[in-house]
Design a protein around this ligand. Sequence first.
Ligand code: ADP
Length: 485
Amino acid sequence: MTPLRVLHATAELYPLVKTGGLADVTGALPAAQAALGLDVRVLLPGLPGVHAGMPALHEVARLGPAFGAARVALLQGRLPGSDVTAYVIDAPWLYARNGNPYVRADGSEWPDNHRRFGLLSWVGAQLAAGGLDPAWSPDVVHAHDWHAALTPAYLASQPAARAASVFTIHNLAYQGRFEHDLFPELGLPPWMASLAGIEFHGELRFMKAGLVFADRITTVSPTYAQEILGPEHGHQLDGVLAPRRERLSGIVNGIDDAVWNPATDRALAARYDARRPAGKAACKRALQREFKLTEAADAPLFGIVSRLSHQKGLDLLLDALPALLQAGGQMALLGTGDAAIEHAFRNAATALAGSVGVQIGYDESLAHRIIAGADLIVVPSRFEPCGLTQLYGLRYGTLPLVRRTGGLADTVTDADAPDGTGFVFEHADAGALGWTIGRAAQAFRDTAGWRRMMATAMAQDWSWRGPAAAYHALYQEIARDPQAA
Ligand code: ADP
């Protein structure tokens, strides 16, 4: 039986291009699926990080002028440190831009993003329709987030195409919104310019194409899959999702064991695991030193690694800082994003030196040191499709303190329960967060109880094995070639 062939279309993939959890997922899921016996490939836009990380690429096809670029070629190579084959869209006119893949240095969106990511989707659909690479075409194309969301729309416009499609929502808040006038530049059939297609409230929304045209829609946790059907978390698209609810499901993300494993993590001052946890104390001391915090083993250290956006609820943490200090706690934060939140945390660090340490910026290695060195990882999100830092926390014995929403609700069990692994609060307000910080600090002082919770957390299996199998089952339901399934 030939293995099922799957193509992932994505704008980000760790370690080549990363702005958030999407990259962690696409960086790990393909290899986990290959380990299950699937024939998996990925498609990436040729952003600078992709070319830098994959210097040995060869040409598969020339696509000529497309999407405003005079020269577009499809290249192929292997992902770094992996057997997974990657296709790379070489279009320097569109992709040879340093920094964040979506925005300029000043934070404004690139004005041709509709072409840059329209092209990604278009090539994904051409590969899926067959013929672009004479040696390979997928049974299932799996498109991720708005950047690749037009893939199912292009596929739907080619009735002869055999490949089935899955669209995964990593965050419904980012929808790829563009002026309606740009529609003709996308090369989609004219009827898709309407409400039945990708038009929404007078503009274009790329995300909507994934919701309307994919054979299956997934998101990254069962709770978020329910939440986005309602107006509070639907980001206006709940009405588009409602008629497709039978095709929507949630699969919780996993952890890449090669990257996030305290027993092998090279970024740490000392390595440890559930059986030999002593190294964690050394990581805490090193972190306190690095953030110029008082070197007290008995002060509960609350860590945060996050984008600083309204979604992440860190303004609540700013307001809860008095409660954190009152509870004898310390805080170490790494984050970047909203200028006002950055500013407020910098001020807090100055005013509360010794107890509050803040690093503004993006630093992969420091993220590991915080997740290992802190006692708790705080994720007070207003909404959270899955969330990865709480999973890393569980793996590293750094107990999550989270709001009960989306994937946080699905992955963290409150200390109230016998198999508790963290601390969960309900309402997005500073009072509830502050109270829960106090509760966690108190639990921390019960050393035996705390060790038990750490052991429970570290024993859990958050690997990609389970989720990879869940996606495989989904692909088998929709693959049109029974031979391949
Ligand atoms: P989101 O994708 O919404 O940002 P996730 O929790 O799903 O949130 O994924 C965030 C990923 O980005 C994690 O791997 C986290 O460690 C990483 N991350 C976030 N902010 C930073 C930062 N400032 N420096 C390094 N890594 C970061």
